[in-house]
Design a protein around this ligand. Structure first.
Ligand code: OAD
Length: 244
């Protein structure tokens, strides 16, 4: 558990901050029962995310990739936001300026009530046509394999940013703006190895923000942040809002 002096310090910084940015990764949803990517339960049928979440994998075997997403859809559909997701909604309500960038595609931040957010890796409940590029919501569980576009008949893909693809331009722009203008960045539950999100802490730090990391374990970013709190997101994030 994080030392109480660190917790006190972060609480004070957070209460005084006028402009807060939060970056989250799979660790925050681990407390809701969604497996992380690089944890012990991160493999699916012996495949790593990096082998399936790519345009090449989809071109080679779209059925396999959709089966993986169907497995994730079935799992996520049963999960609820936890105390850490809810505490972030409360932070959004309290802070004069606030933005949340999440790498998670599970939609749990939205379910909790977050409104000022960018889902920088997309959303598992959205599909995009590989032909006409139309994006639509699709909450089918399971989704039919293979799904086709009702407008043009081309194959649908998950509306997710895969390895080798760029973030959506609007999200990149928004993240760049909030990282450079925030006075406090909270980085929660991400291994800090997938770019560009892995570089967010150093961008904010260079722009003068106070940077706090919350993770079960040390990460490549731990040495550059101001405070690294070790523990579960669902325990630590609500504690940071506690006035006592
Ligand atoms: P990872 O699976 O790489 O890392 C999860 C992080 O959460 C690790 O550092 C864990 O130590 C930490 N963690 C686990 N349980 C926690 C808990 N209860 N409280 C706090 N921390 C906890 O997930 P991401 O960093 O999100 O991309 O991965 C980044 C991207 O790589 C994902 O968005 C995904 C993946 O492949 C795509 O699918 C495109």
């Amino acid at each position: 558990m994080a030392p109480s002096s660190d917790l006190r310090l972060v609480r004070q910084r957070l209460a005084a901050a006028r402009n807060i940015t939060v970056l989250t990764g799979a660790g925050i949803s681990a407390d809701s029962g969604v497996p992380t990517f690089r944890g012990a339960d991160g493999l699916w049928r012996q495949h790593r995310a990096e082998d399936l979440a790519t345009p090449d994998a989809f071109a080679r075997d779209p059925k396999l990739v959709w089966e993986w997403y169907n497995w994730r859809r079935e799992l996520i559909a049963t999960k609820q936001p936890n105390a850490a997701h809810r505490a972030i909604v409360e932070l959004e309500r309290r802070a004069p300026a606030f933005w949340l960038a999440t790498q998670n595609v599970d939609g749990l931040h939205r379910d909790a009530g977050s409104q000022k957010l960018s889902e920088i890796h997309g959303n598992i409940w959205k599909v995009r046509c590989t032909g006409c590029q139309a994006v639509s919501e699709n909450r089918d569980v399971p989704i039919s394999i293979l799904p086709f576009c009702p407008h043009c008949g081309a194959l649908l893909r998950p509306h997710i940013v895969w390895f080798g693809e760029s973030l959506f331009a609007a999200d990149l722009q928004q993240c760049s703006t909030v990282l450079k203008s925030c006075d406090l960045l909270l980085v929660i539950g991400t291994s800090g190895v997938v770019y560009p999100a892995a570089g967010f802490a150093s961008v904010a730090k260079e722009a003068g923000a106070y940077v706090v990391e919350i993770n079960l374990d040390p990460t490549p970013q731990s040495s550059l942040v101001d405070v690294s709190l070790q523990g579960r997101a669902k325990d630590l994030v609500p504690l940071l809002l506690d006035p006592t």
